[in-house]
Write a protein that binds this ligand. Structure first.
Ligand code: ZN
Length: 340
């Protein structure tokens, strides 16, 4: 009986020292496993002298029940403590809104380019891609700008260490490539892409910018076709009520050459700060392809004629969204880019 009493005392003391569920599990094995001390004590009931057997048996059973209950209480207590700890230490507020997933998007320059492509696709123009690294011959000479031509001053650019190889200053050399590709078939393409100029970077000018060039060549292409195409584009892009005017201008690769203005999208022609009180916004340069350029592309100017135009999508985007600094396009500032 004294063995039983000390067994209970030791077991309870050890139970009290169990700090986690692993220790409790070990305690349970020590006392209630196959070779556990309580298990063995219960087996010993048969060995106890008959007179003492009932009392020993009762006491052994009482201890078994008491220790089992003590173990279950300790386990429940431990689980409750662990739950409390995790609730206070690993705070999880299920009422908080979820974190939004950052969605990618196309750069605003790409978005505007694609809208321009869609309009010209409806007008029957295909997209023709042309290289950004050009030779002097294609960028200037074949476009009617021989060396020392004063018009070259308008297009200062970046030159590579290979003489005569440079970054294109406009998409116009693409005209030569597409003409030589497709001659003598008729052509109706737009030539989009990046251009480069050696310029001081200001809010109005960048060293790199997109251009979209248009070129149509056929046997009876006239200035009327050019005007119709420009008006259709302006109205599809900026609204059906748009008015377009043309002014005479000069480019070495077109003759005659024109500048195209559109009535101001903000004031409708009355005059405001966007149009600098003129009521008009300049949207592109254009003209009839110069006979020299036609010939350089392989077409006989006596038989073929064509028109070309060129616009700056960045300028158009600035007009559409009232952006007052061209540098934001390539500054990689998400505060700007995520607005589109
Ligand atoms: Zn205006």
């Amino acid at each position: 009986m004294s063995t039983l009493a000390s067994l209970e005392k030791t077991a309870l003391a050890e139970l009290g020292a169990c700090a986690d569920q692993g220790a409790l599990q070990a305690w349970n094995t020590k006392y209630f496993g196959k070779q556990g001390e309580v298990t063995l004590a219960l087996k010993k009931v048969g060995e106890v002298p008959q007179t003492e057997r009932p009392a020993f048996g009762r006491e052994a059973n009482r201890i078994k029940v008491a220790l089992t209950k003590a173990h279950d209480d300790a386990l429940a207590n431990l689980k409750r403590k662990e739950l409390e700890r995790s609730l206070t230490e690993e705070t999880l507020d299920v009422t908080l809104p979820g974190r939004p997933v950052q969605r990618g998007r196309l750069h605003v320059a790409t978005q505007v380019l694609r809208r321009i492509y869609a309009i010209f696709a409806d007008l029957g123009f295909q997209i023709y891609r042309s290289r950004e690294v050009e030779d002097d011959l294609t960028n200037f000479e074949l476009l009617n700008m021989p060396p020392h031509h004063p018009a070259r001053d308008m297009w200062d650019t970046f030159h590579t260490e290979t003489p005569g190889v440079l970054l294109r200053t406009h998409t116009s050399p693409g005209q030569i490539h597409v003409m030589r590709d497709l001659c003598p078939r008729p052509i109706r393409v737009i030539l989009p892409g990046m251009c480069y100029r050696y310029e001081q970077i200001t809010t109005r000018s960048e060293i790199m910018f997109h251009q979209v060039e248009g070129l149509a060549i056929g046997e009876r292409v006239t200035m009327t076709d050019l005007k119709g195409t420009i008006v259709a584009f302006a109205r599809r892009r900026f609204g059906e009520e748009r008015q377009v005017r043309i002014r005479s201008s000069y480019f070495p690769f077109t003759e005659p050459s024109i500048e195209v203005d559109m009535d101001c999208i903000v004031c409708g022609g009355k005059g405001c700060s966007l149009c600098k009180r003129t009521g008009w916004l300049e949207i592109m340069g254009a003209g009839m392809v110069h006979p020299v350029v036609l010939r350089n592309g392989g077409y006989d100017p006596a038989k073929f004629s064509g028109f070309a135009f060129g616009m700056g999508p960045q300028r158009i985007t600035m007009l559409m969204y009232a952006i007052d600094d061209i540098r934001v396009f390539w500054a990689n500032d998400l505060r700007f880019l995520s607005q589109f």
